[in-house]
Every structure is written in C-alpha cells, then in structure tokens.
Write a protein that binds this ligand. Sequence first.
Ligand SMILES: [Zn+2]
Length: 298
Amino acid sequence: MKTFLAAFALSLAIGQAAPLKVASLHPLVADLARQVGGANVEVIEILKPGGDIHHFEPAPKDIAAMRGSKLLLASGKELETYLDKLRDSLGASIKLVEVGEKIPSIPYVCNHDHGDGDHDHHHGQFDPHWWHSAENMKRAARIVADELTAADPANAAAYEAGAKAASKRFGELKVWAQKEIAKISRADRKLVTAHAAFGYFCKEFGFEPISLLGVGRSDDADSKHVAETIAEIREHGIKAVFPEDQANPKVLAEIARSTGVKIGEPLIADGTAKIAHTFETMLAHNVRALVAALAPVK
Ligand SMILES: [Zn+2]
C-alpha cells in the first residue's frame, strides 16, 4: 500500500509538473515548438505575429520575458544578427538554439547582373527563409524534439511522438501543394517577388525565383535592376508578380503598369502574418495565391 501511495504521489507530482518554458524569436518556430511539445511546453513568443523578423532587436522587456525559459529558439541562418549580444546578456541559464543552423542552406538567389554595393545582402550570402519547405520543417521538428528532450528527458517519448506527428502533417501538406502546383504549367512556374524570400519554396516546388530587392524588406530597387526584370517578364511571358503581406513596394505596381502583368494576392514570406503564422496556414495561403494567378482559368 505504501509503495502504491508513493507511486500515486509521484504520478501526481509528474502530472502537475510545470511545463518546460521555451521562448521563441519566430512565430513559425513557436508554432513548431507547440506542435512538438504539446502540453509539456509553455511557449513564450518574444517576436509575435505582425512583427518584422528583419528589423527586430530584443528590448529589455523582451529579455525580461525570456528569463525562466530553458530554451530560446531562434530561426538562425544569420537572420537574427543580435544573437551573440543576446547570448551574453542571457548568460548560461537559457540555451539558445538556432533551429535553422543544421538545415542545408541554399545560396541567396540573385539572377540579375549588378555591380557591388547596390544590393541588400546584409543577411549573408544564404537565403535565411528556410521555412518555405516541408522537408526543412520536418528537419526542424526533429531538431526541436531533440532540444526539448535534452532539456526535459522525462518527456522524451512525448516529444518524439510530437515530432513524428508534425512531420506527417507537413508531408501531407507537401503532397497537397504539389497537386495544386501541378495545375500551373511548367513554363509559368516563375515566382516574381520583391524580396528574395522564396528560394527554398522554389527549390522544393519547382519554381524559378526572380526577385527585385534583396533578402530584407527595403523599398528601393535600383532602376537597372527594375529594367532587367521588366525585360525578363516580357521575354519569358511571365503572368504575375507577387507582393508580400508586409512588403508591397511601389516598384511592383510600376512593373505591372509597364508590362501588363497581373499583381497576385500578397504572399507570406516571413511567416509573421497575422492571418497566417504557422507553416501549414502560410504554405496553403501561398500555394492558393500562386495557383489563382498562374494556373489557367477553367
Ligand atoms: Zn524575409
């Protein structure tokens, strides 16, 4: 009886264990941590939906909000340029994990001939937007599960199951996206956007990326670059150009006016849109927008 009571007390203690606190610097990563961690984690969103991942810098109130977390999840790939400084101010009690770090990088794609210094390359030579790929999200689920397990080994089995279930959903979404994209003819699978954020999407789903600006969200495309894009649109008979939910530079409207291409529905590039800030809602939104603008009207 004593053993039974002790076991009962222990199970109560486990059942009531406080969830593992995990802070996140990216809404998509926060969602991933919730999917993998379930009820065993409490996710503290430092950079919330609607925020700008390219210009965010943690304020003292953000650093205060991170305190007490075991893990701080960043997207990595040099997107968060402040991480070294942040690591110093947080000290050893919080492990900083760059989720994108072990995900294979693809080079920042720039298909225009331009001189040095006229392009926004401040995020390094890789495209940091790794979240536009179901395969990358599966890798990220595994990375997050491993980190949650290291921080909280008692719930290893739950994290493993969470990662498997998330990967399965991402795989199913990829199959759906491929079927939808098949409605667009191969020749029309060209993705003209302002900001060079869709390299991973293009690689996974067979599009050619053409971007006007760099990887950031600045609004100044140089005129040579714009002229080249206009020539490219005419040469390849491109049907549509796509603004983004948080970046709709005037240059796209200019291009649409001078070439007659349509302006598609805004795409979600950074995964921070208030209307869609999970991988699943973001990818579904983007695929629907592409099919609506590029597939033949039935
Ligand atoms: Zn971006």
